[in-house]
Structure formats: C-alpha cells, structure tokens
Design a protein around this ligand. Structure first.
Ligand SMILES: *Cc1c(COP(=O)(O)O)cnc(C)c1O
Length: 397
C-alpha cells in the first residue's frame, strides 16, 4: 500500500523547496510596473543580491530566464568568434556551458579533472603559462551532477601566478546561498546564478554579476545581441530598460522575500546550516557503504558540496527512486551522466539528494530515514546505523 498521502517531499537539487514567505509574497495581482513598490523592491533585490555573493563592486543583471540563459548572457557580452576560453570540467555543468560557447564559435580549450575530484589549480596555472592567448577561464563552483565543490580562490591565485590577464567566470547556480562565496575578495569577473536553488524562488530569474573588468571587455565583444546586452540594463534610462521589457514582477517579489530571509538568518549562518545538513547526508551514506555498494561520488570530504550529494548505488538507482516516489512520497534527484560526451543522459548507478535552500533537520533526517525505509522494503544490502550516524553528525557538526 502506498503511504504517499501527505505533502509530497522533493529532495532534488533544484527547483528547491519554496518557503511560505516566498509564496505569499508572490500571491498577488499584477502590480503597477511604472511606479511604487515594485521599483523599491527591485532596488532592494539588487542590494540583497550583492550581499549574498559578497559582490559590492559588481553590477547586477537580472534576466527573465533560467540558468542556461544566464550562461548565454555572460558569454555573448564578453566574447567574439575565435576567442579562446579555458574550461574546467568536474562533472557536467562547465561542459554544458563550454559547449554553448563553442556553438557561438568561441574556441574552447578544456581540462577534464574527472567526475570525482575537484579542479587542480596547478594544472590551470600550467595551462595559462603555456598559452598566453587564453582570454577567459570558465568554471563552476559546485557541479550539481558530480556534487564536487571547486576551489574558486585557488583558481584565482593560479590565474595570477601564471601572470595571465584572463577574465574569470564562475557559475554559482547551485552554490549561491548555500556555500561560502566571495566575488569581490576572490577576484571573480562574472558570477552566474539563478533563482531556483539556494535562492528558494521559482525558476525564471537568471543572474549575471558583472565586475569592472568584464564590463570593459563587453565593449569589444562582437557576439552581443540586444536582449542579453548588459549595458542598457546596467545603465537603465527607465525602469523597464533593466529588463529589456516587462519586469519579472512576481519573481522579483518572491526573490525579495527569499533574500530577506537569508539576511535575517545571517549569510554565515545559512552557510553553516548547509554544512551541518550536508554532513548528516554524508554520514548516512558512509554508514550504508559499510555493508553495501553505496558510496558518495566525491571521496574527499573537503571537496564535497554542501548543496547537493551524488550517491553511487552499485545497483539501478531508479528502483530506489521509483519506490520512494510512488510509495513514500519522496522524490530523489536523478543521476546525471558523468561520462564525457553524454548530454542529458541519466546515469543508472547514481542518484542525488539536494540539500539546498529552505531546509531543516526534519527535512534531511526525514529524507534519509525514508530512503532507509525504501532500502528495507526493497531488501537492498547496506550497513546499519545510517540515520543514527546522520543524527550524530548533525548535532556534532
Ligand atoms: C541547475 C544548474 C544549471 C542550469 O540551470 P537551469 O536553470 O536548469 O538552466 C547550471 N549550472 C549549475 C551548476 C546548476 O546547478
């Protein structure tokens, strides 16, 4: 008998859970788009977005789009056909971004660090020393497919150590509002983000944080198209110019509420909460692994994301996912293929738990205990004590 009769629970890496406060803020009629509270809210959203990325020096571009659109926005403002970009692969997402650039006739030089480890800054430094024509370095902070977290500051130092003048682009779509990030202090030129992960707002807003150097590079970029162009959005002649048309009214109200929640909790407390909750997930998987084939995809604890965990199952993960979904009201994230070349392909031996955004201990411990129940029902071999280990890790920190 299916027990799926309460509020359905999603443990996927985006779109993440939406707080009631965000939903309430969006539950309203179409607002005045010429004057009044929407304008004030938008200006405050910009201020709060700067705070959440520690990016006081950046200009904020708010697109009506998803993460892929925000990727494209960043690329077309910086490059011309034939420009060379160094792309750092640690799973799936930087690869997807680089493929997009290649389709725009940007030349991609790639370093693949594999699907189970993080970017090695030394190799980035070596590549930049070898090839002085590289115009930009592109990476993700957290790769949502492999669940690795990369060392952004380490790559910044590698760029400097190589004496390179390359622009530095970082995708923080999965990590912003979950993991420590310091755009100004880490010398990032463009940060790409989106509304639906750590920022707890429905998909529909894509963000470019634009540093001074990136803005200068925009002047010579030949790929610029009118909708994505940063300049009119950063120097708007009227409110609607920020959006190249009608603003994303309800998303702005929602994002304003979400960023207000982050501000009230305190950004560093938000990071710490994610660290603690992710620690519980890691402890549970390690316990399962002592008596079965379960394994965190990222072996080194220092490189594990606080926002998402990819888990190797050794069995067909869809059996587990389907049971959780149909019988226990829990949706787990699908495994995204980590083998090179495969795009949008599911990986049978992998699933993911999203632990980003609006989450507390019952959400995480409930998810882990529910997975345990599914494993029991399906008679899947595993080590004992996973939920207990998770509870201990959560409390000890
Ligand atoms: C989710 C995600 C994307 C893609 O965002 P969409 O909104 O699905 O287009 C890109 N990069 C990372 C790191 C992500 O987590």
């Amino acid at each position: 008998m299916s027990l799926a009769r309460g509020r359905h629970f999603q443990a996927i890496p985006g779109p993440s859970a939406m707080p009631d406060e965000v939903l309430s803020a969006m539950h309203r009629d179409a607002p005045n788009i010429y004057e009044g509270s929407l304008i004030d809210v938008t200006l405050e959203v910009e201020t709060r977005l700067k705070a959440v990325a520690r990016a006081q020096k950046a200009g904020i571009v708010i697109y009506i789009t998803n993460g892929h659109g925000a990727w494209e926005g960043a690329l077309i403002n910086l490059f011309s056909p034939g420009d060379k970009v160094l792309a750092l692969y640690t799973g799936r997402f930087a690869r997807g971004w680089a493929d997009m650039a290649r389709a725009m006739r940007v030349e991609i030089e790639e370093i693949d660090f594999g699907a189970r480890s993080s970017v090695d800054p030394q190799r980035v430094e070596d590549a930049l020393r070898r090839d002085k024509s590289i115009k930009a370095v592109l990476m993700v902070q957290t790769d949502t497919a492999s669940s690795v977290r990369n060392d952004v500051l380490g790559v910044r130092r590698a760029i400097d150590a190589a004496g390179s003048d390359a622009l530095f682009l970082v995708d923080c779509i999965a990590s912003l509002g979950c993991e420590p990030y310091e755009m100004d202090a880490w010398g990032v030129d463009v940060t790409v983000a989106a509304s639906q992960k750590g920022l707890m707002t429905p998909p529909g807003i894509g963000l470019n944080y634009v540093g001074e150097k990136a803005r200068r590079a925009r002047k010579s970029a030949q790929l610029v198209t009118p909708y994505w162009d940063w300049e009119p959005r950063l120097e708007p002649t009227a409110f609607h110019a920020r959006f190249c048309g009608t603003p994303p009214t309800h998303h702005l109200f929602g994002l304003h509420a979400a960023l207000g929640m982050i501000e009230r909790e305190g950004l560093e407390n938000v990071w710490e909460r994610h660290r603690r909750l992710s620690g519980a997930v890691h402890a549970a998987v390690e316990a399962w692994g002592k008596g079965g084939t379960w394994e965190l995809n990222i072996p080194d604890p220092a490189n594990r994301s606080w926002a998402v965990s990819a888990i190797r199952t050794g069995i067909d993960a869809n059996t587990l996912r389907t049971y959780c979904d149909a019988e226990l009201d829990l949706t787990l994230g699908v495994g995204i293929s980590l083998s090179s070349g495969a795009v949008g392909v599911r990986e049978a031996g992998l699933f993911r738990i999203g632990h980003m955004g609006h989450l507390n201990p019952p959400a995480i411990l409930g998810t882990l205990a529910t997975i345990e129940a599914a494993m029991e029902a399906l008679r899947l071999e595993r080590g004992p004590g996973a939920v207990e280990a998770a509870a201990k890790a959560l409390v000890k920190g």
